[in-house]
Design a protein. Structure first.
Length: 321
């Protein structure tokens, strides 16, 4: 009975009636989590826990760098640096059961660089992780192992970090049927090719690719726009694309060296683009003319903005999702 109530409450924490019933059931059993939920049930947003509320971490306390709570539930966790042995002890802990997001990232490094990929996959796929929906800073090999599990894992969003010389994802990732958002940091041309060739990628709604050392493949954007009819948002190095009712809206931040090959690549997908915004400090006349010519041929709504978006090649510590 209590397990059923917990599953119902965690599946929709905005249903305050069900959450309150679950909390009352915990109170009846003498579980202090019930009182904590009732005291915080009116929370509108996740927040940092008070000193008293950090008790929800239990035995996770030493392994957690920071966290948030929401309506009395442990919600978002950023892991601290731990040894592989310490990490193994975290697998299956009951304190994880309400967590929605785990950040393996701390700064721009990933803790999974020093942790066994198999244990990382075990952590996020354990049955106690019934509420987990997003993982960031995940190791590529750990993601591959996760996707090969025999039982479905309900993750919806994953931010993965490619290491040097890794060729990318292989296999169907069949254990991740709910995966809709994928971000790849340090992506290479080989990793991009493996991604597009994989049978799982058409299920994605959001795809974000940051390329290693700013080396953006000049012939990949059109393949992504053409290859997935369900995709709604694409970040491709310095180019972002949003699917609107009448086609794609592109925003391009780059140099003349980037825009030239991009226009060649988009010849096959130009008819899918409704509007394009080129943001740069200034285009050479020849490049500007090429952009305007493409806009006329493909009937784009064109905007040439002379304000830079920023250093697109900088990898931030946190993903967009």
């Amino acid at each position: 009975m209590l397990d059923t109530l917990r599953t119902a409450a965690l599946s929709n924490v905005d249903d305050l009636t069900t959450l309150r019933i679950y909390a009352d059931a915990l109170v009846e059993r003498g579980d202090p989590d019930g009182e904590r939920i009732l005291l915080s049930i009116q929370d509108e947003f996740p927040r940092e826990p008070s000193a008293a509320e950090r008790v929800v971490l239990g035995r996770l306390r030493r392994a957690v760098d920071s966290c948030t709570v929401f309506r009395g539930l442990l919600w978002d966790v950023t892991l601290a640096r731990v040894t592989p042995r310490e990490f193994t002890r975290l697998i299956g802990r009951a304190e994880w059961r309400t967590v929605r997001t785990i950040h393996f990232l701390r700064g721009v490094m990933s803790t999974t660089q020093r942790l066994p990929p198999w244990e990382c996959a075990q952590l996020v796929s354990h049955p106690v992780m019934e509420a987990l929906r997003v993982v960031t800073g995940f190791d590529l090999r750990a993601l591959q192992l996760l996707g090969e599990r025999t039982k479905p894992v309900p993750l919806e969003g994953i931010n993965v970090l490619c290491h040097h010389a890794e060729v990318g994802l292989e296999g169907p990732l069949s254990a991740l049927p709910a995966l809709r958002r994928l971000a790849v940091n340090g992506c290479s041309e080989a990793a991009l090719a493996a991604l597009v060739a994989g049978p799982f990628w058409p299920q994605l709604r959001v795809l974000e690719l940051d390329f290693a050392r700013g080396r953006v493949p000049s012939n990949g954007l059109s393949r992504l726009l053409l290859g997935n009819g369900a995709l709604e948002y694409l970040q491709y190095g310095p180019c972002s694309a949003v699917r609107d009712a009448d086609g794609w809206s592109l925003t391009i931040d780059g140099t003349a060296q980037w825009i030239g090959p991009l226009l060649v690549d988009l010849e096959s997908a130009g008819h899918l683009i409704a509007r394009a915004t080129v943001v740069n400090r200034g285009l050479e006349d020849a490049t500007r003319a090429a952009v305007e010519d493409a806009a006329r041929r493909f009937h784009w709504e064109l905007h040439l903005d002379e304000v830079p978006l920023g250093y697109w090649y900088t990898v931030g510590p946190e993903p967009d999702f």
